[in-house]
Ligand binder design. Structure first.
Ligand SMILES: [Zn+2]
Length: 267
């Protein structure tokens, strides 16, 4: 069990680094994971930039987003996003919240997200919008109160993505890898959609049938593991993964000492 939790923490740490390395989250944003052995708990990092998150940074929370143990470190203020979605959606095992630049033009103009290529189907067709102001009036725009998180979870409904007006995006997944896959490819799709809108208004999105079929490809092929391996390699190349522990260097053999009167120490 200890190994299982350690592996889960390592995977979640890498997930945070991948999403950061792909330009979707920066100093802000986070990826969480439901506890592998206890569906009423979840893991989320202490408050730090996701690119720096290590397996030791995760705090264990209950679904009301209270830490199980006093963490003694700063916590993310928007953790109720994760807790309330895990509470409302037993099928969701991982959540990513981000403010990816690719989405911001759509969110500002309230333009529906539509899949413009097959991998964009991971976000569905026209995922719902949620506007914090509708229910809560003027706020600092952060989703901090449990009722705000619950409202967001209701807006997400049974889908895997909800667009937060003038704020960002929240993506769900049936596993950490699935959540990362949906997060990265929906962000790519948003960028393509905005670029397409800048050169023409006749965007042709996937049909509902195509989106359904294309959206489930990742779970039926090696697409997900292939992507994870690729993104992990990119994190490693960027120096984002601690190097594997190197074996202790062998002791250098003592050179054969020639007795020579002329050998003097040089400085
Ligand atoms: Zn946010």
């Amino acid at each position: 069990m200890a190994n299982k939790i350690a592996e889960a923490r390592a995977e979640l740490s890498l997930a945070n680094r991948i999403v950061a390395n792909e330009g979707i989250i920066d100093a802000f944003g986070h990826v969480s994971m439901r506890h592998p052995d206890n569906p009423n708990r979840y893991f989320l990092s202490r408050s730090r930039a996701p690119e720096l998150v290590t397996p030791d940074d995760f705090i264990e929370y209950d679904l009301d987003s209270n830490p199980i143990r006093e963490p003694g470190v700063g916590q993310y203020s928007e953790r109720v996003i994760h807790g309330e979605i895990f509470k409302a959606r037993p099928d969701v095992m991982s959540v990513c919240h981000h403010h990816c630049p690719a989405f911001m033009p759509l969110l500002a103009n309230r333009i529906d997200y539509v899949p413009v290529f097959h991998l964009g189907a991971v976000g569905g067709i026209k995922p719902p919008f949620w506007d914090q102001h509708d229910e809560f009036g003027d706020t600092n725009m952060l989703v901090i109160k449990p009722e705000e998180g619950a409202s967001l979870a209701r807006a997400m409904g049974k889908g895997m993505m909800v667009l937060m007006r003038r704020h960002g995006v929240t993506v769900a997944g049936t596993s950490v890898k699935d959540c990362v896959f949906r997060t990265v490819f929906s962000a790519r799709n948003a960028a393509y959609q905005v670029q397409a809108l800048s050169i023409g208004s006749n965007i042709e999105s996937l049909s509902a049938g195509e989106a359904n079929l294309a959206g489930s490809i990742s779970s039926k092929t090696t697409g997900l593991t292939r992507s994870w391996e690729y993104w992990s390699m990119r994190v490693a190349k960027a120096g984002g993964v601690p190097a594997a522990k190197k074996a202790a260097p062998a002791k250098p053999r003592k050179p054969a000492v020639k007795k020579s009167s002329s050998k003097k120490k040089r400085r």
